[in-house]
Design a protein around this ligand. Sequence first.
Ligand code: COA
Length: 160
Amino acid sequence: MSDIRAKKPSDSEVVMTELAIPNDSNILGNVLGGRVMHWMDLSAAMAAHKHCNSICVTASIEGMSFYHPIKVGQLALLRARVVYTGRTSLITKVIIHSEDMDTGEKLLTTEAYMTFVCLDKNGKPRKIPSLILETDQEKAEYAHAEEIRRRKQEIRKQEK
Ligand SMILES: CC(C)(COP(=O)(O)OP(=O)(O)OC[C@H]1O[C@@H](n2cnc3c(N)ncnc32)[C@H](O)[C@@H]1OP(=O)(O)O)[C@@H](O)C(=O)NCCC(=O)NCCS
């Protein structure tokens, strides 16, 4: 039976902008990794909640890559969307570009795949809407996230 609540990845998209200020930075003047991850967690949690229309909790983070620092005074442009759905869990892809407001230069600085589990009122995992994939890029991102999930489940099985 088809899922009437099924949604497109773009339906969950969250765009968030942060200004990197000294309070966010390390002694090199770059935003702390922990602060970057906090911003990513927030934007991904909003994307997950929008997809499920229900509270979701962070279960794991895979493929966290810091390619370039975000410097104090720059903008951090975050973009998060749901790229994969399971039964009660989903995977969001989050990317950040830095923007130098003096020059307009943008740089891909950070990306990660963050898994969330949707919970019901009793805190138990709850079934979520599936994903409608339309573009080749959406299909490729789904396949990539599916592989991330497969590897994570293998690790979880070994840990039990
Ligand atoms: C995430 C959590 C709800 C999972 O509960 P659980 O009873 O182990 O869930 P289940 O084993 O029934 O699995 C439910 C789904 O979550 C997925 N899942 C569970 N733990 C996972 C993990 N560590 N990584 C990735 N996926 C995970 C399962 O694969 C399953 O997915 P599916 O339904 O799409 O097939 C529970 O471990 C928890 O509450 N963790 C703490 C969350 C938290 O505090 N986050 C930080 C603040 S938001």
